[in-house]
Design a protein around this ligand. Sequence first.
Ligand SMILES: Nc1nc2c(ncn2[C@@H]2O[C@H](COP(=O)(O)OP(=O)(O)OP(=O)(O)O)[C@@H](O)[C@H]2O)c(=O)[nH]1
Ligand SMILES: [Mg+2]
Length: 632
Amino acid sequence: MKQIVIGTAGHIDHGKTALIKALTGIDCDRLKEEKERGITIELGFAYYRFGDDLLVGIVDVPGHERFVKHMVAGAWGIDMVLFVVAADESIMPQTKEHMDICELLGIKRGIVAITKIDAADPDMVELVREEVQDMVKGRFLEGAPIIPVSSVTGENIDVLRTAIRQKAAEVEEKSRQGIFRLPVDRVFTIKGFGTIVTGTCISGAVRAGDEIQIYPTDKRARVRTAQAYHEDVKEAGAGQRVALNLQGVEKQEIERGTIVGRPESLLLTSRIDASLRYLKLPFKPIKNNTILRFHIATTQVEARLILLDRPELEPGDEAFVQFVFAEPIVVLPGDRFILRGSYAIQTLGGGTVLDIAPGKHKRLIPGLEAMYLLLRTGTTRQKVEYNLEKAGFKGFTKQHLAVLLGAHQDVADKIVADLAALGSARVIGKMVVSAGRFGTYKETLKALLSQFHEKNPLKIGISREELRTRLPDVDPVIFQAALEDAAKAGDAEIEKDRVRLSGGTGKPDESIGKLEGQVAAMLEARGLTPPTTQEMADELRIKERSLRDILEKLVYAGKVVKVKSDMYLAARHMEELKSLVKEELTKRKEMLPADFKAMTGLSRKYMIPLLEYLDEIKLTIRSGDKRVLRSG
Ligand SMILES: Nc1nc2c(ncn2[C@@H]2O[C@H](COP(=O)(O)OP(=O)(O)OP(=O)(O)O)[C@@H](O)[C@H]2O)c(=O)[nH]1
Ligand SMILES: [Mg+2]
């Protein structure tokens, strides 16, 4: 069964609610205050079944000028509009304002109902029809059916129903493939059921049992049951009025304007790029940095307008702009928004969200035009490339990309795979980064390595961690991949936690080679009673720090063993000592320090560190004063 949502629009008291009641039997004015004042305040909801093949959800909006924000919330996401003009009053201020809003929201089709024909003479009805035709000329309702009706006598209500059915056939059902979003327009509790939220589902779908997040907070909850039009459904989704019974969240924690989505499937944003149309109103130009009210779905927020491509915005202008919000909201590219004044409350214009994670832009510079064009008319692939470039070395996750595009994960994944195959993107685990940026990152890595060798000719390499922190901040998997690439390409060598350029500094420095030989010879000559590092440095007339670099190199090369911080032994002597201890302990099972002294003839100064070293490398094990072989 096809399911769509339609919404009413039109001036206060023009008979919107009465018309819905005549069409469906449902009274949308539920509140006591609405009954008493005879006006609509909150959104109302009804539905109508056309046999087995069409189910129409209906959102009834208020016409009062003070409740235009509710009208915007109700009209956002509808598939078509039922535009109401009363025969006794014809076109009034909110007739025009609602018409503008519907157009700015990108609503593509609708039907005009001229209501209250029982209260006006036929000439008047004809006049109203002409005025309506004038108003819609060149706009989305041009050529739409205009049907005179009376909700009191029921005249033409069936004609209107037929027209709705025919128009509905033109509506393309919304895809349930998109990112699930339900902008909340009502929250209430039912005894025994807990918290219920309702809204027009604008994309994707949700099922009973799903975990959801209440954006813009990080609060999570679970869908106990999902309903569409008072019936439990396994899955509720785009194109439906939806009610969700939520488990794990209190009514107080949800406000109108929050968005229900899947956990971590949407991004908070405080800044967007957008295209903005300023209605051709008899108003002054809007200046840069003006504070305005920004309405999107059921959310409204204060926003500072930054005019990127012109000094000020004239009525009738369409421009590339940025908005900075007073608090973060959740939107997707392609979303329509309405802009109203923050002092003189009036609909000023609206437009389309283009980028939900832009940087700050310099105003009034030449490059902006190309950016604007790409964001408006570029292919999804071009937009992926744009976003990758913007993300720089950091890149982003594939999931993040889907949100930036406002596209289903499969769409984002497919484009990423294509770009990777073409060599313009690099996929590393769940991360994606521009191939160009990744290349630059690797070049930087190599440059840092060679700088390091130049500055530290005696060091065998830089520690992996130090190298990572000297590079631009990226996800560790990107660093690791860059390192592996460099190693594979033969540019770098990785040894334990050290990284060095292949071939070290290029041609080995002769004087360094000589020093290494001298240090090795000194240790070789002194057997188990080596000179301290300080003594060696003094003798060679080099800094102790440099000597330590040389020793470290020799340790890596396996020529020297570090016993403790200032005691090193030639590897050969250590091997001999180890065999000696092993042999003795196999014979006599245990060994006191005195025994060790007798074996080696060493003084305590050398003996103690050596014994501790043997424990440390797990050759021996100490119990009390005695030592035994660890292996038994
Ligand atoms: N005679 C006559 N009166 C009507 C007709 N339709 C509505 N009315 C009356 O007009 C008044 C306003 O009707 P509503 O349906 O509440 O108007 P509305 O457009 O929903 O008003 P808001 O929601 O406040 O903008 C009520 O007193 C209705 O009884 C009609 O076809 N004929
Ligand atoms: Mg009403």
